[in-house]
Design a protein around this ligand. Sequence first.
Ligand code: AMP
Length: 422
Amino acid sequence: MKVESVRGMRDILPEEAPRWQKLEQEIRAAFALYGYGEIRVPLVERAELFSRGVGEETEVVEKQMYVFPDRKGLPLALRPEATASVVRAYIEHGLHATGDLAKLYYLGPMFRYEKPQLGRQRQFHQYGVEAIGSLDPALDAEVMDVAAYLMEKLGLDRKRLTLRLNTIGCRKDREPYREALRRHFLPQQADLCPDCRRRLEENPLRILDCKQPQCQSAIAAAPKSLDHVCEACREHFTQVQEFVQALGIRYTLDPTLVRGLDYYTRTVFELCAEDLGAQDALLGGGRYDDLVELLGGPPAPAVGFAGGMERLVLVLSGQGAPPGAAEPALEVYLVPIGSDAKREGAKLLASLRRHGISADTDYMGRSLRKTMQIAGRSARYAAILGPDELARGEIKLKDLASGEEKAIGLAQFTADPHTFIG
Ligand code: AMP
């Protein structure tokens, strides 16, 4: 019986992998440029890390998390996001002890039991940064700037991107604002979608990012968080905007922007791309000033963002960016003719690779004609080693683009192949 992959979890095949590798390189380079160091955290954590960190009543924890007991019954979870894990690691390894700002980045798979569709999977990949230990509004702006810089480097069309920005205030502001929202939505609850009627009870903030048409007029008239945040939060937000403007980042204020995870405080933002349709968020982030303390660490305000790799791949392919695999994958394709040549060829291949030259040969017993065809598709040069060449101690090197051939001493080629391969 054939065993298939799990719904919403897909393979990235060798033909797609170069594009992913290139993206990963660009992401790492951008993050390093801004002073972030990589942290690799486990894919599996104690489930309570996310129920406490991300929030018991969030969709992510309530409906989307893969939770299972280990063999001793300890509840574990496949990580649905990485911020909580990074904060756990920050506390566990005392990264705060230096008294310095911790600038960390990560890249890797996350798991959420969502309804799969274009740009939404159950295993997907996120890249993100976390700057832990400062309340400076310039840092919020810098986090947005590293995202903006990365998009520029990837060649994304600025005009098709929108940065949405909002503040949701601090923890103290949250309850009065929730109350204001409840008071606003309660009289019109009959007009809301079933999900929003439930959200009205549990967390009315969630109503603000409902996409159902029937909820839109009530949302448009809802009280704005900016009118319900304390003086300190308002001042912080003013300064964030000043820095964002100074950096020349275009943005729109969006009072309906609330993010799906409970740990956010103050600044929240999202970068959306026109080409993505319904799942239009390329990345999202904001401040989480209480999370470190909530998870048992010292007070340490923080800000970060996370973006989806699959969505970047989609947007970039929509823009007709050249696929990563346009160049032949190999430098040399060895074409040995006869068993003696095959033995000699095996040595030559090993030597080429030890000189850092990518090389391969046929292991499928193909005809000479077929082998040359494959060489033509996959390499820059064919190295032909037949009985005649072998007798003369030579190899025939054929440039597969120009068709030019030259005979080279086998010993010379083996000793210093770089001289012959430009
Ligand atoms: P979040 O962690 O929910 O703030 O999401 C941050 C970013 O991760 C989003 O803007 C998306 O680009 C990406 N993302 C979140 N969930 C998924 C998913 N199920 N499939 C693909 N990408 C996702």
